[in-house]
Design a protein around this ligand. Sequence first.
Ligand SMILES: *[C@@H]1O[C@H](CO)[C@@H](O)[C@H](O)[C@H]1NC(C)=O
Length: 377
Amino acid sequence: MLVLLLAAALSVPLANAHLVPWSKGMYGFNGVTGSINYNTDDAVHPLYQLSKDQWWFHHYNNLDEFPPADGDFLELPAGESFTVEIASNRGETTLSFNGAYASDWPDGKTYPEDYNVDTCITSPNMHTQNQSRAAGTAFAIAYTSDIKSVTPENLAVFTVRYHTPWKRLTSYDVPADMPACPEGGCICAWGWVPNGCGQPNMYQVPYRCTVTGAKSTAPVGAPKPPVWCENNDGACTKGPKQMIYWNQAEGDNIEVDGYDANGDFKSPAYNAKCGFPDGAQNDIFTGEPASVKTSAPATTTTTTATATAKSSPSSASSDSSSASSDSSSTGVVATSSSASSKYPSASASAAPSCKTRKRRRTESAVRAHRRRSVHAF
Ligand SMILES: *[C@@H]1O[C@H](CO)[C@@H](O)[C@H](O)[C@H]1NC(C)=O
């Protein structure tokens, strides 16, 4: 009976959901009400044509005001990779209900390996026709523990995964030279700008993160805005880059016009078209460090000790924390339990859409929307 109730509760948000990586270290892990919502999808809603104070760190529903529990960090092992669970609802990850509703895919269902929908996959809402067309996603980091001190100018992209979001378990590579974070951790953010296929919106979700096993002390340089540089490497922004901020009412840091090499309208994303290589961004340790209003940089010895100390309580308190080893092992369990069904259990023709929300749109954005939208939102 309890299971039936939970399943019924889950079926409601699924239809509308988009995708973000879930981790105990994220803001809004328990939702945005103050009580624990094991089925929260507050973090997944897209950002589109919002004012800067509303879209920055998903403030429009106060996600940035619900920090993770003390001691919970998204752990970033220097020179290795970390795994997160991309899903449309926390209920579809191993972080709720012991993973009872988690599958290989981000919505708890099963699809063919070569899942392809010519008119765009909308179940789950991946904003792509297939894996090869998935735009790419990224994590960025700011070397401060104070989320209020983070700005576009000190939040640098440090890892990118091409052809995501796609499956639930997704790994990102950490540069070997990532320095340690201050005692209270760093602030990270996940970003996704889909390649059309629906409303041309963006995603930005904050995390409390920490670098483990740091060996280098060279700071991350101040990031500069990425630019469109498809098939023209010389034009790309070199060194540390800001996240992509696009199609908002204010605060955009990139403009594009016209068509890409495929003949589609240009859509900036975390891929080569904007100068982001796949994997660890190893060119970010250059130039002047990004200026952060608070926290003076700690010395080598204390920061190293801090990062080591932080990792133990965090992983001890969790069997499915964001550390790569923990997530991988829980992921294996979830994978094997859902591997029995070979064919889609759900109709891919279901037509979920973004939640209807009133938004201000500029004339050009509405035009871009009409050009890009394959299905109506
Ligand atoms: C992916 O989708 C695009 C656009 O519909 C299509 O051109 C391409 O052939 C597809 N690739 C695969 C592997 O299905």
